[in-house]
Design a binder for this molecule. Structure first.
Ligand SMILES: Cc1cn([C@H]2C[C@H](O)[C@@H](COP(=O)(O)OP(=O)(O)O[C@H]3O[C@@H](C)C(=O)[C@@H](O)[C@H]3O)O2)c(=O)[nH]c1=O
Length: 189
C-alpha cells in the first residue's frame, strides 16, 4: 500500500508509514510533518490523545468539535484493533452524510487522517484496545458535540459482534435529523 491512499471522501486519507523490522521488532515514524507536507498535507497538530477501551464493541463517537475549535485528527491503534469511521458533515459538500470506515490495528499500523468538518468515531474489535490520535486544536468542552453512532440515516455498518458499549454522553447523542451541523464545505479547514 502507498504511503498515502485517498478514500472516497475528499480529504480523508489512509496513511501507511513504513515499518523497519529487525530481530528486536520494528521501527516506524508514526508522524513526520515534513513527509506529510511533501504529500500536500500540512496540519499543525497541537494535542495528542490516548484512550484505552476495556471491552470489545466499545463505540466512542460520533464526535466533533465546533468552530472555532474544530479539529483535524490523525488516528492510529496502539494496541488491539479498531474500526475507525469518518462522516462528512460539511453542509454543501457533495459527500455530505457519507461515511468511510477502516480497520486500524496495532499490527497493520495504518492511520486515518480526518479533516475538520467530519464526525469521528470508532468501535473496538478486541478487549483493551488503545487508540492514539493527534488533534489540530485543543480540547474545548464548550464546542464538544456528538451524533448517534447508529443513526439510521447514516447507516454505518460497524461490524459489531454484540451490543455496543457506550458512554452516557453517546447514549444521549442526537440523530442526524436533529443535528444542525456547524460545518460548511467552504469553511471547513
Ligand atoms: C476528548 C477529551 C476529553 N477529555 C476528558 C473529558 C472527560 O472527563 C473524559 C472523557 O471524555 P469523552 O467521554 O469525551 O472521551 P471520548 O468518548 O473518548 O471522546 C473522544 O472520542 C473520539 C471518538 C474522538 O474523536 C475524540 O475527539 C473525543 O471526542 O476526558 C479531556 O480532558 N480532553 C480531551 O481532549
Amino acid at each position: 500500500m502507498d504511503f498515502i491512499t485517498p478514500t472516497k471522501l475528499p480529504g480523508v486519507v489512509l496513511v501507511n508509514p513504513p515499518r523497519y523490522g529487525d530481530a528486536r521488532g520494528f521501527f516506524c515514524e508514526s508522524w513526520n510533518r515534513k513527509k506529510m507536507s511533501d504529500h500536500g498535507i500540512d496540519i499543525d497538530f497541537v494535542q495528542d490523545n490516548h484512550s484505552v477501551s476495556a471491552a470489545v464493541n466499545t463505540v466512542r463517537g460520533l464526535h466533533f468539535q465546533s468552530p472555532p475549535h474544530a479539529q483535524a485528527k490523525l488516528v492510529r491503534c496502539g494496541r488491539g484493533a479498531l474500526f475507525d469511521v469518518a462522516v462528512d458533515v460539511r453542509k454543501g459538500s457533495a459527500t455530505f452524510g457519507e461515511w468511510v470506515g477502516y480497520e486500524l490495528t496495532a499490527e497493520n499500523g495504518l492511520q486515518l487522517l480526518i479533516p475538520a468538518g467530519f464526525l469521528h468515531g470508532f468501535a473496538t474489535r478486541v478487549p483493551d484496545t488503545e487508540i492514539i490520535y493527534k488533534c489540530s486544536d485543543y480540547y474545548a468542552p464548550e464546542c464538544d458535540g456528538a451524533v448517534r453512532f447508529d443513526d439510521p440515516d447514516l447507516g454505518i455498518d460497524w461490524g459489531l459482534s454484540g451490543s455496543a458499549v457506550l458512554s452516557d454522553k453517546d447514549e444521549k447523542a442526537p440523530l442526524m435529523c436533529d443535528f444542525d451541523s456547524p460545518f460548511t464545505f467552504e469553511g471547513a479547514a
